[in-house]
Design a protein around this ligand. Structure first.
Ligand code: A4P
Ligand code: MG
Length: 174
């Protein structure tokens, strides 16, 4: 793991935004490998598409939530760049598609790659297709643990709690 100093939401150069992105996979991708290899390749794809990769969390294995029976690999990455949240979501969805993700069918079905925006340095964002913070992230150990590893002091703008606090709270409850 490469850890970021500070909160993760600190301003970088002017016009630079930071995003904390959660990664998940529970399917093999031919030519790449199993879920862990898919997530490593997804981080490389972010870097190739112009993002500065600030920190990458150690991957965790997690039991599936929802209808899929396959175990997931999950992770988190802190990236920096000049794209606004809408452009960032498009970028993440383009990478998901390049990794064989099909958006048809049931929600939460098994997938080769899921990239969700958990937090960004601009605070809260509500648009027709995008909500930041991600509405479910506080309930998910497989998001909180990797996220708290790379940005422990970053505060959730809704609850005011840091990622470390949210991860510790969730760990005690589950
Ligand atoms: N959208 C809204 N807000 C956001 C955001 N902050 N980041 C919209 C990304 N997308 C956001 O997502 C559906 C729509 O959510 C997008 O078109 C976007 O406009 P999707 O990725 O197409 O579909 P999905 O992944 O099936 O839905 P969602 O809600 O992202 O599912 P989740 O919450 O990601 O759950 N179990 C384990 N152990 N590990 C996992 O990673 N993941 C899921 C998927 C279920 N169970 C899991 C895991
Ligand atoms: Mg998603």
């Amino acid at each position: 793991m490469r850890a970021a100093r500070g909160s993760g939401s600190e301003p970088g150069p002017r016009h630079e935004h930071r995003y904390l992105v959660a990664l998940g996979s529970n399917r093999r991708l031919p030519g790449i490998g199993g879920p862990r290899a898919v997530l490593d390749a997804a981080v490389a794809a972010l870097s190739e598409s112009g993002w500065r990769v600030v920190a990458v969390a150690r991957l965790v294995a997690s039991a599936p939530i929802g209808p899929s029976l396959r175990r997931y690999a999950n992770g988190a990455v802190l990236i920096a760049g000049d794209r606004d949240p809408r452009a960032t979501l498009r970028d993440l969805q383009r990478i998901e598609t390049a990794f064989g993700r099909r958006r048809r069918g049931q929600q939460w079905r098994s997938r080769t790659l899921d990239l969700d925006i958990v937090l960004w340095s601009g605070g809260a964002w509500h648009g027709p297709h995008l909500t930041i913070p991600h509405p479910l992230f506080r309930d998910r150990d497989f998001v909180l643990r990797p996220a708290a590893q790379i940005a422990p002091h970053w505060r959730d703008p809704v609850t005011g709690r840091t990622l470390r606090q949210l991860a510790a709270r969730h760990g005690r409850q589950s």
